[in-house]
Ligand binder design. Sequence first.
Ligand SMILES: [Zn+2]
Length: 690
Amino acid sequence: MRFATIAFAVAALGAQAAPVNNPLLQKGLPIPFDQIRAEHVEPAITYLLEEARQRRDAFVPSPGPRTYENTMAAFEKILEDLQRGMTIVRHLEGVASTPALRAAVNAVLPKYTEFVSGLPLDRGVYGKIKEYSQTEEAKALTGARKRFLEVTLDEFRRAGAELADKEQARLREINVEMSRLRKQFADNVLDATNEFDLVITDERKLAGLPESAKAAARESARQKGLEGWRFTLQQPSYTAVMTYLDDPAIRERMFRAYNTRAAAANLPVMKRILELRRERARILGFKNYADLVTADRMAKNGERVREFLRMLEERTREFYEKENAELLEFRRSLEGPNAPPPAMWDLAYYAEKLRKARYDFDDEVLRPYFPIQAVYQGMFELASRLYGIRIQKVAGVPAWDPAVEYYAVRDEDGTLLGGFYTDFYPRENKRAGAWSSGLITGGPVDGKFEPHLGGIHGNMTPPVDGKPALLTKREVETVFHEFGHQLHHILARSPVKGLTGVAWDFVELPSQIMENWTWERESLDLLARHYQTGERIPEELFQKMLRARNFRAANAQMRQLALGVVDIALHVDYDEARDGDLYAYARKIFQRFTPAPVPDDYAMIASFSHIFSGGYACGYYSYKWAEVLDADAFTRFQKEGIFNRATGMAFRREILEKGNTEDANVLFRNFMGRDPDPEALFRRSGLVKR
Ligand SMILES: [Zn+2]
């Protein structure tokens, strides 16, 4: 099979020979992840780039009348194989990074970016698409094809297709430099995260920590050949210390290390990124970068984003102040009337104590009910009831790590819709956080269905001491969240593959809505099983969990708003000549949303990967925006039944399958019958007067 594909490619390309036996070039499924090595990257990507270049060159002068097939369909094909190869490489860099792989990616990335971001600036390519758009055939297009043409023209314009040569040349330079800077930012964060560890050998200093965190720290030390307990800035380790460890000096040390990560290395990187983004917006004729990136999103412009954030801040502030007064009062009830207000590294710690006192509940008691396999099974059962799909584990599929599993997704009639990997344990060669990946985009083709391929990834509590991996409630929500993204990927059935990139402020709706099912008794019963006794969560514990749900919800909301506001402010308002030091400027904004003094070395933005290396620049607001959407959309399930197949299928057909085949404002309206209403979010978060 492999030889046939390569032979065909060679024939089509004339003289250029494909590298022999390069697993990155192998088409079809499964992807041979167990064989792909760093040394395959450069030859494969170089070959695919050359192939894409030849496709582009063949695209431009093709003679005869312009048709959808020889224009739009041919345009889609230019990047198809190159992007497939690059997606796999970038994916491996996220889940199985090595210095050699990093170097290989860095070697090909500039050429790749230059080519891909150069396409909209290619007068030949743009000219042909524009010419097609003026034909009778194009004017008569409907549905996905019509949308694809519109979206493509719009994207070309916003990438600079209509600009003069000189400006286009400058944009090309900016694109290449940006891609290098974003990569550098991410590398600096990863290095700084791995650089730090804290090894404690005196067990008394661990007072307050739950057994699970102690066991994980012990295991981490053992793996490094060390005595004692090792703590790192990776999520489960860091969060456990900040939430539970009694010794404030250790918490402070971890907090400062965490929030000064890459502060020196990333300062010039951030400044340059912001500068280049400002310049890009100016060249393209937008008032600012926020207007440029939100133009094709639900919000449509930066001012609407500001209004949205302002509205939430105003509605949240009084609840936030009340929560802060309560926390101080609580600390004083424990430590006497002269106890100082909590510092930033005290907040999670006292909040957890208050939660325990008030609700007699802490996250740890739920862990035994959430062995990861039971969580998967319950989640798949839920998807089956709502969306009529079947999800089954498939053994023997090659992966990048032995802990990775693979699942196939079938429709009710047996059609294979796709497959996805699950990869939820931390490794040093893996990036932080949780995310969902779309590795291959399939869809309906000639009456058949080409399966999608993706993965869900995170850094959850791994199995320790011979026990299965036992998750916290929050980790369960994260697994559901990423699974929601994956459903959006795998259930998509756009007839045009180029229409799968969904508006950024809509993309968190399918993920966040899934989290709602982890709060309902009947759906929770599908997935929560005590790992030793098989029991469901006792009713009393469930009630406590519900009562504790909105504990300090206003603080959580203010934190998200802070990140959203900082994101817009850095991109739109910040002016070094007027505002001075970037960190000081950001600290001042954070202070407005933070109930404790923000320390002088606080440099959280230096690891704010979402906006500097990820795709969230001027888009962090999307999380809250989508929360408004998901809280609102879930009210329909609550009304009609949380397992209601008809409601589930409506969500599948109107939202999950649609991709970007329609404006997201319209998709939402099609499902709900009206525009989004923020009241559902305030109610769900308990931010309403009783
Ligand atoms: Zn998400």
